[in-house]
Design a protein around this ligand. Structure first.
Ligand SMILES: Nc1nc2c(ncn2[C@@H]2O[C@H](COP(=O)(O)OP(=O)(O)OP(=O)(O)O)[C@@H](O)[C@H]2O)c(=O)[nH]1
Ligand SMILES: [Mg+2]
Length: 609
């Protein structure tokens, strides 16, 4: 066994938005990976369209920089709890981690979650207190809180020995001593070279664990991972050891390593490095690729279980097939199964209905991102309201419970606690920093969180931040009585007009603009009361022979409420669906006609008697 001093492998981990991807920017830019005149922009690694739009990292990615003759392989990870499966998946490629902590927010639930993961994998930690340029930063306090977190999580004394730096990723500076004036990111790179152990090389034939997959239309499937043993070169013969014990032989196509944003073709790679290889038709994340001389499997990657589920079905609305490229059950099934190859914390199951699949994920955002991606690819389908996944453990019904952290102002505490107690949340902690910034912590069943985010944003006028993280399974706390009001349901198919919408607005807020095609059973607004009511938004004003005065024509509509996909999923009830097409997001009742719905209510009432 020996070490390779020319490589370091690190993962960047943190709570959402604490500056991981910005830190990678700084390292890439200052290590002169780019040509001097090359325009590279910001959040370079957030390369996919949805990531750029939302300003968050969704998938973890590899890059590398060269510094003082050493290649530092960097794995950028997502911070949002819904994508924590990604962190679990890639962290084993690293020997060390940069744990970023925002100098104002301090350690957050996801900071704890990812640090626990890193410790379990035995990674050496470097703590970076980031965003020290922020006005209200409280560095000393945040350091103290971070030390407490290490004390809480460490299982051995050497885990308490972590290196600490302060940085502003945005300004591209890091300092090893508080109060020193920074000028570049190099102190952090030096610290990585010094403190992160170089990769250990086991002698023996080739062995690599597949941690990620990519696809190229020319090269086909690309397997990415760390080589644990031996060497690999193009055209080598290898065995792929899959989860069910099957062993398949392949010839490697090309071998690549990372540098900056490029994958570079190389003639040979050696243990300790992170590489991408082509030529393996059937390979999954978690598989081991090994030499034919000694085909031994590495331990598989373990990923936490999903907590929420919803159905994805073929679009059954009267408008089905109008806007999508892929609308059939077969296409929907194939797409969902393809997603399983890379989205490890996702599950897909068949249901009693052949046109509907049960899809399970880590949270509403996890599933919403999948829906949004599919819609952009041209898929058309319908989804149900998300539900928490319950289980039976030792004969008892249990449900997922999460820790909810809210950063808010004093004035909202009353309304938030009231809203949350209806959702079965229990207040577990409340802190005031003396400037009216209040942090509340609750334990809340996952079912209570569904539909909460939009209510939260409205109640706090967008002025507060909420975060959740999975805590565990606890005994079922009973049903939650939903508090959402009724909806306005279109009573006829046609085109919505101003006159009809204006009438509807006397009953509540509307969701569609004049000129929108509607069908019977489509939800077009929110009723001011509890029950649903049919409205005819296509109704024109009666024509008379006398030309109407201008005051008649100029009906002023109240502005329409337009839901984003996530808000739509958050909004619907059990008897409703969201219809998703490349062009539109419509809300509808499951039962489209008023007669069907009335009959259903009557039969429900009968069965309750
Ligand atoms: N003031 C200040 N803002 C920063 C700094 N670093 C990052 N930011 C900002 O913080 C926001 C989030 O930065 P990202 O780099 O996307 O954070 P992230 O940790 O990669 O976020 P996720 O991948 O979604 O978890 C962006 O608006 C950045 O510009 C910093 O050092 N100072
Ligand atoms: Mg990021």
């Amino acid at each position: 066994m020996h070490y390779r001093n020319d490589i370091r492998n690190i993962a960047i981990i943190a709570h959402v938005d604490h500056g991981k991807t910005t830190m990678v920017d700084a390292m890439l830019k200052q290590s002169k990976i780019f040509r001097d005149n090359q325009i590279v922009g910001e959040l370079i690694m957030d390369s996919n369209a949805l990531e750029r739009e939302k300003g968050i990292t969704i998938m973890s990615k590899n890059t590398a920089v060269l510094y003082k003759g050493v290649k530092i392989n960097i794995i950028d990870t997502p911070g949002h709890a819904d994508f924590s499966g990604e962190v679990e998946r890639v962290i084993s490629m690293a020997d060390g981690c940069l744990l970023l902590v925002d100098s104002v927010e301090g350690p957050m639930p996801q900071t704890k979650f990812v640090l626990r993961q890193a410790m379990a994998k035995g990674l050496k930690s470097i703590v970076v207190i980031n965003k020290i340029d922020r006005d209200n930063s409280r560095i000393a306090e945040v350091i103290r809180l971070t030390e407490n977190l290490f004390l809480e999580l460490a299982t051995s004394v050497d885990q308490l020995d972590f290196q600490l730096l302060c940085a502003s990723a945005r300004e591209g500076i890091a300092v090893s001593e508080l109060g020193k004036k920074g000028k570049d990111i190099f102190p952090l790179l030096d610290c990585i070279l010094e403190k992160v152990p170089p990769p250990q090389i086991k002698n023996g034939p080739f062995q690599m664990l597949v941690s990620n997959l990519d696809y190229d239309s020319y090269k086909g499937r690309i397997a990415i991972g760390r080589i644990w043993r031996g060497r690999i070169a193009p055209h080598d013969s290898v065995a792929v050891l899959s989860s069910d014990g099957t062993v398949t032989h392949y010839e490697i196509g090309e071998v690549f390593t990372y540098l900056g944003l490029k994958r570079m073709k190389i003639e040979e790679a050696e243990a300790g490095d992170i590489v991408a290889v082509t030529g393996l038709e059937e390979v999954s994340i978690g598989d081991t690729i090994a030499s034919l001389d000694l085909p031994e499997a590495l331990p598989r990657i373990e990923i936490g279980e999903p907590t929420i589920e919803m159905t994805f079905g073929v679009n059954t609305s009267p408008f089905s097939g109008r806007e999508g490229l892929f609308c059939t059950t077969r296409q929907l099934r194939a797409r969902l199964h393809r997603e399983l190859e890379t989205n490890l914390s996702l599950r897909v199951q068949d249901t009693d209905s052949p046109d509907t699949f049960l899809v399970k994920g880590r949270g509403e955002l996890h599933l919403a991102i999948l829906i949004e991606n599919m819609r952009r690819e041209g898929y058309e389908f319908e989804v149900s309201r998300p539900e928490a996944i319950t289980k039976i453990v030792d004969g008892n019904l249990v449900e997922p419970v999460e820790v909810l952290t809210i950063d808010t102002k004093g004035e909202y505490v009353g309304v938030l606690t009231e809203m949350l107690s209806k959702r079965q949340a229990q207040l577990t902690d409340m802190r005031n920093d003396g400037h009216d910034n209040i942090r509340l912590e609750f334990h809340i069943p996952t079912k209570g969180l569904i539909g909460f985010r939009s209510a939260f944003l409205t109640a706090t006028r967008g002025d507060s931040i909420m975060n959740t993280i999975f805590l565990g399974y606890e005994p079922w706390r009973g049903k939650i009585v939903t508090t959402r009001g009724g909806v306005l349901v279109a009573s006829e198919q046609g085109i919505a007009v101003t006159y009809g919408l204006n009438n509807a607005q006397e009953r509540g807020d509307t969701f569609i603009e004049p000129g929108t095609p509607v069908y019977e059973g489509m939800i077009v607004g929110m009723h001011a009361r509890l029950q649903d009511i049919p409205v005819n938004v296509c109704k024109e004003k009666k024509k008379t022979n006398i030309r109407s005065s201008t005051s008649d024509i100029a009906v002023k509509l109240t502005p329409t409420i337009i839901f984003s996909l996530e808000q739509a999923i958050d909004f619907i009830n059990n008897d409703e669906l969201v219809e998703v097409t490349p062009e539109n997001i419509r809300l509808r009742k499951k039962l489209l006609t008023n007669a069907q719905r009335l009959r259903n209510i009557a039969s429900l009432q009968r069965s309750m008697k």
